[in-house]
Design a protein around this ligand. Structure first.
Ligand code: SF4
Ligand code: SF4
Length: 106
């Protein structure tokens, strides 16, 4: 089975979703490096957001783990507006049906 492209092929670069670090708040705990997507890079000064568009759209795991509460994301409502405007819900649902993911499991 082919995995569905995230957002049914909608280009990732057109979606404004990635973390921002407030360096004043960062306590260099290293928790953000737990992200498996290689979004962050560790430097002598601490973490930087090196590959923002590798961030999984809608994910906020690193912000929850961040000891300094230094990580923020864009407004979730903006994301939902985009979903609506671009018909993302319908497209993703079509893919899910095609992949059989909405069939009840025995
Ligand atoms: S939100 Fe998720 S995918 Fe994005 S950088 Fe944080 S842990 Fe990684
Ligand atoms: S998790 Fe937060 S406080 Fe810890 S290093 Fe990353 S940005 Fe800094």
């Amino acid at each position: 089975m082919i995995e569905m492209a995230w957002f049914a092929g909608y280009p990732r670069e057109k979606i404004e979703w990635y973390p921002t670090i407030d360096p004043e708040k960062c306590v260099k705990c290293g928790m953000c490096m737990n992200c498996g997507q290689k979004v962050y890079k560790w430097t002598k000064e601490g973490p930087v957001v090196a590959q923002p568009y590798k961030c999984v759209v809608g994910c906020t795991t690193c912000a929850t783990l961040c000891q300094g509460n230094a990580i923020t994301f864009p407004d979730k409502d903006k994301l939902r507006e985009l979903y609506k405007k671009e018909g993302i819900w319908a497209k993703v649902k079509r893919e899910l049906i095609k992949e059989g993911k909405l069939e009840p499991e025995e």
